[in-house]
Design a protein around this ligand. Structure first.
Ligand code: FAD
Length: 483
């Protein structure tokens, strides 16, 4: 087997595998090293995203949403389905099948594109050499003109709630519950906590989410966060902000175990609450353990992220780093686009990424999606802006679908009308946000969207109407601005 390559990628998640495919498409001799083994010790590509992140969580969100709709939302259409039941095992097996299909799909794509796959651990040595340790322990030294580090991230553990068996779990364990926990605790009201909390709440768990920050969804536009807070409350997600977990104790209860969590509430009073399962979802940290030899020359910042410039160059010429191990949002699409950019740069093309136009999504129902600046950021930066807002309650298509929660809000520069941000809470927010991302990528004004023809009836019309509302001209709500 060849040991010399143009490009070696360490890590086969959405950052690494996309970088490897793109590099191979550019005619570069490319290898990718991935260490992941599944529960049966089978090597797997796809990283966190495909194995225990984006895809499996969305599979469970979709299954639980269908169950919830069949139970609660069909009668209004005149459909009666009798007693609705959920076989959690079938739901989890379906999720596993999708993961299998997608991860083996990447193996197929590697073959089709001529990417050499190394199954095991990669370690960057000095002088662009890479030590590869196969799963059977065999060590080989590889070398390449360019190396891309894409080793991703792992969940943050907190001392008051260490992972224990299947009672206190991280996101991985929470994707594999074989029955619905009656009482579910979630530490952290971020994206992962809210998504996984929603899955199990829809299936009947009493869910309590403990969030240490005093403000709910502090990174979101607060208009969206407020609306989401009201809706989640109606969905019986008991979200407690300012709740700092100080301890946990797993106790025996008959043949079963449960966990007692101690926390300080927003008033600083000590409280205790007992759960059948506890999900710790307090964030993720970059993972570089065992990947960098002491003399590799690659520098980390004070939080453990690999230090890179705007084009993902590390402190060592010819060594790049992408995805969750570098600054910026920990998102699969950000990792993939960095992979494409770096592969293009290595192939000799001019490439860059627009970090101001990366969309974020929370896949609850309704979904929350946003891009660009929030109102609070614009205020803090002293930027004068206009806001246009349109509620889904006024959208014919949303009414037809009986899915009228939420709104679209577009923020545009007061002087130039250029779109600075878009914030959506609603049934199809994750897909709708692409319209704002494209508009912002093209430097559009709110008027550009207002002058665009949208198909009727669609929920997309809410984006059109929000753009019209920026100047007080939305048609289907009263929003005239004083002249
Ligand atoms: C529950 C959950 C839901 C999520 N949902 C979304 C979502 O809906 N949308 C979204 O955009 N993001 C989501 N994310 C985040 C997303 O999964 C990550 O941002 C993304 O996977 C990062 O990609 P990456 O390639 O940088 O790293 P990873 O996907 O973590 O991949 C890194 C890979 O490198 C391998 N590796 C590490 N060290 C070595 C080594 N030394 N040698 C060989 N291989 C190594 C690892 O085994 C891993 O496979 C979610 C995450 C979680 C946990």
């Amino acid at each position: 087997m060849s040991t010399k390559f143009d490009v070696i990628v360490i890590g086969g998640g959405p950052g690494g595998y996309v970088a490897a495919i793109r590099a191979a498409q550019m005619g570069l001799k490319t290898a990718c090293i991935e260490k992941w083994l599944d529960k049966e010790n089978k090597p797997r590509l796809g990283g966190t995203c495909l194995n225990v992140g984006c895809i499996p969580s969305k599979a469970l969100l979709d299954s639980s949403h269908k169950y919830h709709d069949a139970k609660e939302a069909y009668d209004v259409h005149g459909i009666s389905v009798g007693k609705v039941t959920m076989d959690v095992g079938t739901m989890v097996d379906r999720k596993d099948k999708i993961v299998d299909q997608l991860t083996s799909g990447i193996t197929g794509l590697f073959k089709a594109n001529g990417v050499t796959s190394f199954e095991g651990m990669g370690k960057l040595l000095a002088n662009k050499k890479v030590e590869f340790t196969a799963h059977d322990g065999t060590v080989t030294t590889l070398e390449a003109e360019n190396i891309i580090l894409a080793t991703g991230s792992v969940p943050v553990n907190i001392p008051p709630a260490p992972r224990t068996g299947d009672i206190i779990v991280d996101n991985e364990g929470a994707l594999d519950f074989r029955e619905v926990p009656k009482r579910l605790g979630v530490i952290g009201a971020g994206v992962i906590g809210l998504e996984l909390g929603s899955v199990w709440a829809r299936l009947g768990s009493e869910v309590v989410v403990l969030e240490a920050q005093d403000q709910f969804l502090s990174l979101c536009d607060q208009d969206i966060a407020k609306e989401a807070g009201k809706i989640f409350k109606k969905q019986h997600l008991d979200i407690r902000v300012g709740a700092r977990v100080t301890g946990s104790e797993v106790k025996k209860k008959g043949k079963k175990e449960e966990v007692e969590v101690t926390f300080l509430n927003a008033q600083g009073e000590e409280q205790k609450q007992t759960f059948d399962k506890l999900i710790v979802a307090v964030g993720r940290k970059p993972f570089t353990d065992g990947c960098l030899a002491a003399d590799s020359g690659v520098k980390l910042d004070e939080r453990g992220f690999v230090f890179v410039d705007e084009q993902c160059r590390t402190s060592v010429p010819g060594v790049f780093a992408i995805g969750d191990i570098v600054r910026g949002p920990m998102l699969a699409h950000k990792a993939s686009e960095e992979g494409v950019m770096v592969a293009d740069i290595i192939a000799g093309h001019k490439a860059q990424m627009n970090y101001d136009c990366i969309p974020s999504v929370i896949y609850t129902h309704p979904e929350l999606a946003w891009v660009g600046k929030t109102e609070q950021e614009l205020k803090a930066e002293g930027i004068k802006y206009k806001a246009g807002k349109f509620p889904f309650a006024a959208s014919g298509r949303a009414m037809a679908a009986n899915d009228t929660d939420g709104f679209v809000k577009i923020l545009a520069d007061e002087a130039t009308d250029r779109i600075l941000g878009c914030h959506i809470i609603g049934g199809h927010a994750a897909d709708l946000i692409a319209q704002a991302v494209i508009a912002m990528e093209f430097g559009s004004t709110a008027e550009d969207i207002a002058l665009t023809v949208f198909a009727h009836p669609t929920v997309s019309e809410a984006v059109h109407e929000a753009a019209l509302a920026v100047d007080g001209h939305a048609i289907h709500i009263a929003n005239r601005k004083k002249r």
